[in-house]
Design a protein around this ligand. Structure first.
Ligand SMILES: [Zn+2]
Length: 375
């Protein structure tokens, strides 16, 4: 029998990691576009707003009235998504702590990884952001709870205190562990290359969620899905991306490195065009390319490959039903039409259902979804 895959579409909804970006263009507009697509196919999904960003807007808005207007609009977008049936859960970029707003720009010196903050400071950030969401949404649904978490830049392990703090605050579900992710640059160091479980829900070792606990724990990790794209489709997507970037650069007459355009995601550091071309065009011909399953950064053929990889792994698990978590960064969506086609395909598939993170947590709690522990 084919397993039933409960697909949780999630979205890290935020400005760029350095605080740059036009909030209307890279947050509000893509959120509205996605909502239209999901409404068309009856898909309920989960938005994970970076609430540290919003707290910082609120903390300085009395001095900068223009920020108050944007923060109010942020609230309104989140409430609208919630009233349309989407789930809202917690995402947190700690670099917003103490960010300064000067001459219309954000300046931030804070570390990008919550793992680098001590227990008290990290706990206060988690508690404050969780409370913000509950205060915002409980007036519409008294049963709403913030119970799921994704760390900014996926930085969730190892840590002496992060998972203990999450549990203390009532968080039951973590969706930060992206198998195969490896980042080692000035901004961030993260090594998920040897995670013990990168597909199925599991009980994490509390001080290092890269390992599976030998016993039930008060929190469950559902890994952020990843897969390896075929050489053919990876090459095709990369050639078109490099073309796009070159033509944008020519239009703007901008220098190659250190410019804003080379910092394309919250996890990338600036690098040279030649380095980027090597990574994009040469490396994938040597080995199949690792992808975090991000529906905003994959073209349609790669989205299909991702789905097939998920089906194969689901079948190999021997389970009759299981949750799978995908991500999306609305600020980086490359091809909204591909997302629409993908969501349409999934809505027609008889072996896949959409699910929110709140419903994933409920099915983990009830035992409907199995949770792995180490033998
Ligand atoms: Zn983020």
């Amino acid at each position: 029998m084919k397993p039933t895959i409960y697909l949780a579409l999630t979205h890290d909804w935020e400005l760029r990691g350095d605080g740059s970006g036009d909030i209307e263009q890279i947050q509000f507009a893509p959120l509205r576009q996605l909502q239209k697509i999901y409404a068309k196919f009856g898909a309920r999904t989960t938005f994970l707003p970076d609430v540290m960003q919003q707290l910082r807007f609120r903390q300085v808005e009395s001095k900068h009235p223009e920020l108050k207007e944007l923060a109010d609009s942020w609230d309104e977008h989140v409430r609208t998504a919630f009233r349309q049936g989407h789930d809202i859960q917690l995402h947190l970029h700690p670099q917003w702590l103490n960010a300064r707003y000067e001459k219309g720009r954000w300046q931030m010196d804070g570390d990008w990884s919550i793992l680098k903050y001590d227990r008290e400071v990290a706990y206060a950030m988690l508690a404050g952001t969780k409370k913000y969401l509950e205060d915002l949404l409980q007036p519409f649904d008294a049963t709403y709870r913030c119970l799921a978490f994704r760390a900014g830049a996926l930085a969730a392990a190892p840590s002496d205190h992060l998972f203990e703090s999450l549990v203390e605050l009532g968080i039951e579900l973590d969706v930060s562990i992206g198998g195969g992710v490896f980042v080692n640059n000035q901004t961030l160091q993260l090594d998920y290359r040897n995670c013990e479980e990168a597909f199925l829900p599991f009980y994490p070792v509390m001080k290092d969620a890269r390992s599976v606990s030998t016993q039930p724990e008060p929190i469950v990790c559902v890994p952020l899905n990843h897969f390896y794209g075929s050489r053919r489709e990876v090459m095709r997507q990369n050639i078109s991306l490099v073309r796009q970037q070159l033509s944008q650069r020519q239009k703007r007459h901008e220098p190659e490195s250190g410019s804003k355009q080379t910092v394309r995601s919250s996890m990338d550091a600036p690098r040279s065009a030649i380095g980027a071309a090597y990574e994009k065009l040469i490396l994938p011909t040597v080995k199949r390319k690792h992808f975090v399953s991000d529906t905003g950064r994959l073209n349609y053929p790669l989205l299909r490959e991702m789905l097939e990889a998920i089906r194969e792994r689901a079948e190999a698990s021997g389970l009759s039903k299981l949750p799978v978590v995908l991500t999306n960064h609305p600020k980086d969506i490359r091809d909204i039409a591909a997302i629409e086609r993908f969501v349409g395909d999934v809505s027609q598939a008889d072996d896949i259902r959409f699910i929110t993170l709140t419903d994933v947590a409920q099915k983990l709690r009830s035992g409907e979804f199995q949770i792995r522990s180490a033998q």
